[in-house]
Design a protein around this ligand. Structure first.
Ligand code: MN
Length: 498
């Protein structure tokens, strides 16, 4: 069950003899320091760190990350003095591995309770993410294995861990684009937080699964024929059933009406290039009638977390509907691994084209780090995080076609400030889709917004009631503070001259 060959098997050809030796050394090291320790389940403690490392290997993570996975609990959960163990890690595995192990250890200790606990663990995540996202990826793997063995934990603790996973870990994994970890974490936590609902959804899927699969098999065959006919090479055609937690969340939005949910099952076509993707979309729409309003082009306009794909839903010949997702290999990899794709084994051909982390795409990590935090008001901090970073987002276009993503409920003022603080300060009006509108109008997804500026237009206190983003609030407040201070200084100056 804990044979290192399982880890090697995940990595395949990519792992060099030197890396193999290093992994073996870390394996032996972890095995010896956790010797005699047991998990709640009665299993040797080493099983846990091994499974965490294996999950990281399954994600194709680089050697230092897998090693840090094996060693992630040695500082806190062994009897060896901290200094001594750190020195040994440094000597045997180098400072990079030590940095990762220390990072994961720090992330794990939260001494608060209730609301504060929540906020504090989020803040730690942000800081860790900004300094090195690899730490967070290891922590996700750690949490996932703890969730998968949660039945052995005390009941009150169980619910807290599962809840925290749904509210902190999963949204973060999603925001980092790591779709695989996000859905695994959600599905492992779901039954502990909402046992009745999880069972219901599982039952529902079990009932319908057969029909869905038959339906998709039909569509798949026809698509295969079509691809051959037009000699479009397909890398892969597969289908997936929506995972239970995200299906449940969707059911909630649609009054538990399964008929209204179009993407319970989806057929995924992976092609060689973008041009083939659009050709495929055309071919599909010429065979099946698309469901109106269900065509989404996330290739032209990616989701805020970087997700790219074309989605369309069709009426199948047997009377049902089916969602079809079309994307390139690269987009498919990214949907699965997100930011983790940047820490792949670098030696391989497949991962060669991955450059450094796209700074623009993960700009929000930096923003999070710089968020003001008032320890006396954790609630409002959490509210900001929820709307600014994890809430539903809308895409707004500039007249030139640039896309700005904003939280739902944003107004032209938010839009202006997210372009530039100076544009925000002087906004006097807005043209939404070519028509003049108030600066307090709630924007809708895909609106095209042009900001009208006036030199003498300035922020007022009223604006604060009409903005959604933290950035806009911050700019308006600091403007107001500065200017009321200036006004006071001026009147003070006048008085003292008299
Ligand atoms: Mn652990």
């Amino acid at each position: 069950m804990t044979d290192i060959s399982e880890i090697f098997a995940c990595l395949g050809e990519k792992v060099t003899p030197e890396q193999r030796a290093l992994l073996q050394k870390a394996y032996d090291f972890a095995h010896s320091v956790h010797e005699g320790q047991k998990r709640m389940s009665g299993e040797p403690y080493f099983t846990h760190v091994f499974q965490v490392a294996k999950k990281l290997a399954e994600l194709d993570m680089d050697t230092p990350i897998i090693i840090a996975g094996l060693l992630h609990d040695v500082i806190e959960d062994t009897n060896i003095p901290e200094e001594e163990i750190e020195k040994r890690i440094q000597e045997e595995f180098g400072s990079d591995v030590l940095f990762l192990v220390k990072g994961v250890t720090k992330l794990g200790t939260v001494k608060y309770r209730g609301y504060e606990r929540h906020v504090e663990s989020l803040r730690k995540f942000f800081l860790a993410m900004a300094s090195d996202p690899r730490v967070v990826i290891i922590k996700f793997a750690d949490r996932l294995h703890n969730l998968q063995t949660l039945e052995h934990v005390r009941e009150d603790k169980r619910k807290r861990i599962a809840m925290e996973s749904l509210e902190v870990y999963a949204p973060l994994a999603n925001r980092l684009g790591i779709g695989k970890l996000k859905s695994d974490i959600e599905d492992a936590a779901f039954p502990y937080v909402y046992p009745k609902e999880a069972a219901e959804v599982q039952e529902l899927i079990k009932e319908k699964r057969g029909i869905y699969e038959k339906n998709l098999e039909e569509v798949k065959e026809e698509i295969q024929k079509e691809l051959e006919k037009h000699s479009i090479p397909a890398a892969e055609i597969s289908y997936r059933i929506k995972h239970t937690y995200s299906l449940w969340k969707k059911l909630l939005r649609y009054n538990m009406d399964l008929e209204k949910i179009y993407d319970i099952v989806a057929l995924r076509i992976v092609l060689n290039n973008v041009a083939d993707c659009y050709r495929m979309l055309g071919l599909i729409h010429s065979i099946w009638r698309p469901v109106p309003g269900r065509i989404k082009d996330y290739i032209a306009t990616p989701k805020p977390n970087g997700y790219r794909s074309i989605h369309t839903t069709i009426f199948t010949k047997s009377g049902g509907t089916a969602e079809i997702q079309i994307r390139t290999k690269e987009m498919d990899t990214e949907a699965f691994y997100g930011i983790a794709a940047h820490f792949f084994y670098k030696e391989t051909e497949k991962h060669k084209e991955r450059g450094p982390i796209n700074k623009e795409k993960f700009k929000w990590i930096e923003e999070l780090k710089n968020l003001n935090y008032n320890p006396r008001d954790p609630k409002s901090f959490l509210e900001h995080i929820k709307t600014d970073f994890f809430g539903d987002r809308i895409f707004i276009f500039t007249p030139k076609g640039d896309v700005i993503d904003l939280p739902e409920g944003s107004t032209p003022i938010d839009f202006a400030y997210s372009v530039h603080s100076d544009i925000g300060h002087h906004i006097s009006g807005a043209k939404i889709n070519g028509k003049m509108a108030s600066i307090f109008t709630r924007l809708q997804n895909r609106d095209i917004v042009e900001i009208i500026r006036k030199k003498d237009a300035n922020p007022s206190g009223k604006w604060l009631e009409h903005v959604k983003t933290t950035a806009a609030q911050k700019h308006i407040k600091s403007y107001l503070e500065k200017h009321s201070l200036l006004a006071r200084l001026k009147s003070f100056g006048r008085r003292s001259k008299n």
